[in-house]
Structures are given as C-alpha cells and as structure tokens.
Design a protein around this ligand. Structure first.
Ligand code: AHR
Length: 492
C-alpha cells in the first residue's frame, strides 16, 4: 500500500490556467480542415470555424492558443494573410509538405477563432526571415487603439477595435528552423526585435517570450538568461517525446510493452530537463520574474501509414494519455515558474486533442486527460507526497505513480494520478492533513496500453466514473488500475 499525503495547509503557487494551452500551426490538416473549413463549407461552421471542434475545445476548457507556428512562424509574413481572402497570395508551405498555402486563415481569422473558443491569443512572430519593422507593424496592426497607418489598415479590413495579444513570441526555434542561430547571436537579435514589440494597449502589456532551448541545451538557457533576461517575461522550452530516435520514431499504435515503457521513461525525462533549466534561471533571476514556457511538448511518432510525411498525422493511444497526464502533473508541480504550456498540436498533428476526417471528428485519449485536469486551472498547488514503486522494463524505468494535488477557491481538492504500470494495480492510502472529508467524486481514463479511438468507434477510450475507492475520516483508500489516469475531487 502506497502512502499519499496531501497538505491543504501547505499552499504553494497558483497553477496558471495557461499550462493547459495548445498550439496550432499551418501544418498538414491542423488549421485547414481541422479548425478552419471556410464559410462556404458543407461542414457546420461559424464564420469558417468548425463547430464540432470549437465546442469540444470549449468543453475541454482551452485557455490559450499559440499560432501560426512553429517553424511556419519564421517563414510567415503576416501581410499575406489580411484583406479580401480572394486576393491573398497563394504560396508554397515550404516547411510542411510543400502544399499550397492560400493564406485564407490569417490574423483576423485567428482572433475570430480565439473569440469563439473563449481563449487567449499567443502570437508567434518571425525573426528568422522577417524584419524588425514587419514584426513591429504586426503588433501595431493588432493592438493599436488610435489613429495610425496600421490601425487604420485593420479598420479598412473590417476590425475597428484592437485585439488583445496576451503573449507574443519573438521567433521560434531560432537554434534550428528559425535561422540556425548561435545563442549569443539570437540573444542580441531578441533584444533588438523585442524593443519594437510596443505596448499600445494601456494596461494590457504584451508578455514577451524569447526563444528558449531545445530539450537539454542548457548552454542556450545560460546565454539567454545572462544576456537578455531583463528584456523578457518568458523563455520557451521545446521537448518532444520520441520513443526511439528521429530517424525511426516508432508507430503510434503498434508497439510492445517495452516500447510503451521507453516512451513513458522519455516523457518523464522532462522532469529533469525542467529542473536543470530552472536551476540556471534561478541563478540569474532568483525572484522568479521570468517564467519558463513549454510551448511545444508531446509525443512525436511515425506518421500514420499512407499519409503525407510532411503532415505529421499520428493516432493517439492510452500511452499518449499517460504521457499527457504525467507531464501535466510535472508542470503543475513547477507552477511557481511555469506559466504556459502548449501541447503540440491541437488537431490532426502530432499528439492531437482531436482528429478529423471530412465532417467527422474523433476525440483522442489526450483530450480526455485535458478535460479531467481542467479542474486544476487557477487552483493553488498543494504540498503532496506519494510513495511509489517503480514501473518499467529492465532498461526503461520510472515511478509507477505520478501525481499532483491542488485546491480551488471553493475548497475542493483536485488530485490527479497516473499509474504508469502496464499491468500492476496500485493501492494507495491517502491522508489529507488536518481535514475531515465530506465527499469524494472520482473519474478514470483507462484501457489497454495501445487502446485508441477511431472514427468507427469513438468511445473505446473515454472517461468514466471511478468507484474503486473507500472514503475514510481524513482521506480515502483506492485501487488505481494499471495504465490509468484517475482524478479525485475531494470536498473537505
Ligand atoms: O510541432 C512541429 C514542429 O516541431 C514545429 O513547427 C517546430 O517548432 C518543432 O520543431
């Protein structure tokens, strides 16, 4: 029996709702087909945005959306995506599949999508192939309330009021697809570009995000913090879970138990990566003014057989759900520094929340994890401790149980647990310090390690009521099934 202690007296950081954000790039069928079908489509839509997807993301509580990339961001020239859609430039999406990008989804459409979703906007600017002027004018176009050439152009294109840009990224992966820069060179470029990301919106200051490291590139973090910390609000980290290696990632649906554990062990590695980047950030910024932003994370498998390799379309199983659950628990635990995270990506690309096929849509196991965890949004992280055996194969081991616990303003404790073992139930005894428990509700997402939803069977993996627990005077005991994600909502 594992011991689980939750201490409501030990209130830690507020879990920013934006940790539960997503990322949508002009890549494959993410924006086009997945989110945007155009006003004239036979697929039900409002102003071109597919209704089924908007409803699903609203129910999931999506707080923030990053756009337009990714690698696409550093090739995107925003002026190509404004004005009458019929007159917009048609061009090649050189980075992703060489398909025609007709620019029918641009700045106005992005803000229309955010408004329908009820979420905040995270816009990523172009450093790699754009100019300071171009970036500065985009910010003016989007956010200037008064009379100015760019604000007037926005009005001419049908939008009087400025939009709120909550987050602005100054380049993406500038160590790679965003210009192959050295950290020191990018730090200087970052300082220059961000100078002209002006705040026109009164108290609505734009939160500036510098391109941060790729996975374990600690030197990048060190250099950026040393040279540019004072000019940024956030530093972004990218980390993808690749089961084998970049040349042979492995199938999304056909994998052995050993490969399941390899994936989870690699996903769990983000804990060490975050800790080590934070150690560096703490040295330069002990007051924790600059946040860590994880604006690309998730699994990256081989594309589904027969699909365009440049579209990064992959299925999503219980294994991906476990990756999501353990990662989100780790983000919650670091919410004193982590302000926003954006899973890659929203639909039809990488670790998607949903997949579409024409007018049809299916929600993935990852969707259900996000929906279960939404109760953590804006809760306060609590001190918690859980003893745990290890799970795994001989070479790939990780804790069997990974959790986080938080409390809402209504006094309800939310505890989310991932049981990473493929075949062992975990018995836990939870004690909530100095508390009498009134009521407990619980939900579970579970299935075979390779279970997934299809267009033919959309409810193979869905959340269900969980009953394998007993309330005690000051907590509960529970049997957490293998390969499962469980949420307890505890009224004290
Ligand atoms: O999410 C797919 C790609 O992965 C993004 O465009 C890029 O930033 C990263 O390498």
């Amino acid at each position: 029996m594992e011991k689980y202690l939750i201490n409501p007296n030990e209130k830690k950081s507020v879990i920013s709702k934006d940790i539960y954000g997503s990322f949508s790039e002009h890549l494959g069928r993410c924006i086009y087909e997945g989110l945007f079908v155009g006003k004239d489509s036979a697929i039900p839509n409002v102003n071109g945005m597919r209704t089924d997807m908007v409803n699903a993301l609203r129910e999931m509580g999506l707080p923030v959306l990053r756009w337009p990339g990714g690698c696409f961001a550093d090739e995107y020239h925003w002026q190509d995506g404004i004005g009458d859609p019929s007159g917009r430039k048609k061009m090649i999406n050189t980075h992703w599949g060489g398909v025609i990008e007709d620019n029918s989804f641009g700045t106005h459409e992005f803000f229309e999508l955010c408004s329908q979703l009820g979420c905040d906007a995270y816009v990523n600017g172009n450093v790699g192939s754009g100019t300071v002027r171009e970036m500065s004018e985009w910010v003016e176009y989007m956010t200037f309330p008064g009379e100015s050439p760019l604000a007037n152009l926005r009005r001419k294109n049908g939008r009087d009021e400025p939009w709120k840009v909550k987050y602005f990224g100054v380049g993406n992966e500038n160590w790679g697809c965003g210009g192959n820069m050295e950290p020191s060179y990018y730090a200087d470029e970052y300082r220059r570009y961000q100078t002209y990301v002006r705040n026109y919106g009164g108290s609505d200051r734009i939160y500036r995000i510098a391109c941060g490291p790729n996975a374990e590139d600690y030197n990048w973090t060190e250099t950026l913090m040393k040279k540019a910390a004072w000019h940024m609000d956030g530093l972004s980290l990218h980390y993808y879970t690749v089961t084998h290696d970049w040349d042979r990632k492995g199938s999304a649906t056909e994998f052995s138990k050993d490969e399941y554990y390899k994936t989870l062990r690699k996903a769990y590695h983000i804990e060490e990566i975050i800790r080590r980047h934070l150690e560096i950030m703490n040295r330069y910024d002990p007051s924790k003014r600059v946040n860590l932003i994880v604006d690309e994370w998730g699994t990256w498998h081989d594309v589904e057989p027969g699909t365009n390799p440049g579209f990064l379309y992959q299925q999503n199983t219980m294994r991906d759900a476990l990756v999501a659950a353990l990662t989100l628990n780790i983000f919650n635990k670091h919410s004193d520094r982590i302000r926003m995270c954006n899973i890659a990506q929203t639909v039809n690309v990488l670790q998607s929340i949903a997949l579409t096929d024409g007018a049809d849509m299916v929600l993935t196991p990852t969707y259900y994890v996000f929906k279960m965890f939404k109760e953590h949004q804006q809760n306060t992280l609590l001190g918690s401790f859980l003893t745990s055996s290890e799970a795994g194969s001989d070479s790939d081991r990780l804790p069997q149980l990974i959790e986080s616990a938080s409390i809402g303003s209504d006094g309800v404790i939310c505890s989310t647990l991932a049981n990473t073992s493929a075949d062992e139930t975990a018995e836990i005894k939870c004690q909530i310090a100095d508390s009498a428990v009134k009521e407990i509700r619980a939900e579970i997402l579970t299935g075979a390690i390779d279970a997934f939803n299809t267009f033919e069977n959309k409810s193979s993996v869905v959340t269900e009521k969980f009953t394998a627990f007993e309330k005690t005077a000051d907590g509960f005991t529970a049997k957490i099934p293998p390969c499962s994600v469980v949420k307890f909502s505890v009224e004290i």
